[in-house]
Ligand binder design. Structure first.
Ligand code: NI
Length: 165
């Protein structure tokens, strides 16, 4: 298990566009493993590679209570979205804050797995929200740009608080 440092808002790397993964290498495999470890350690529901300082189009997401349903998305794109949901969102790169964001209720995704094989994935509710949030990171966008009523203070994660993504 290897943890990576989560970059915080203000770090210019969080505003850069990440590049496609064109080849699966040990370095990329290690990055994905470390991203999962880092996400679980921070009790987040998702993490994007730029958040650990790597400008690669990779996201990991796990919205399960049991923390045992990891999803890995490489070079992902949203190909369909419908509906709308409005709710509070947080980000491991913006600790101690939340903001209200409107996202699609449903998204369909095309992405590549760890063998660089394409797959299709559908998400609703929190999964749709997490997908939109994490994919935005790959284009250098943070949810704070979308927060409808500014940000509110919340308790930072101290080991057993609510989840952030
Ligand atoms: Ni985030």
């Amino acid at each position: 298990m290897a943890l990576r440092t989560i970059r915080q808002i203000g770090d210019p790397i969080l505003e850069k566009k990440a590049k496609d993964v064109t080849q699966m290498t040990d370095k990329i495999r290690n990055l994905i493993e470390d991203m999962l470890d880092t996400m679980y350690e921070a009790n987040g529901v998702g993490l994007a590679a730029p958040q650990v300082g790597m400008l690669k189009r990779i996201c990991v997401i796990d919205i399960s209570e049991e923390r045992n349903e990891p999803h890995v998305f490489i070079n992902p794109r949203i190909v369909e979205k419908t509906g709308e949901q409005t709710g509070m969102e947080g980000c491991l790169s913006v600790p101690g804050k939340q903001g209200q964001v409107t996202r699609p209720q449903y998204v369909k995704v095309m992405a590549y797995d760890e063998e660089l094989k394409p797959f299709e994935f559908e998400g609703t509710d929190l999964m749709a929200r997490a997908i939109c949030h994490e994919f935005d990171h790959l284009d250098g966008h943070l949810y704070v740009e979308l927060a409808e009523d500014g940000l509110v203070d919340v308790e930072p994660y101290d080991g057993e608080e609510d989840e952030e993504d």
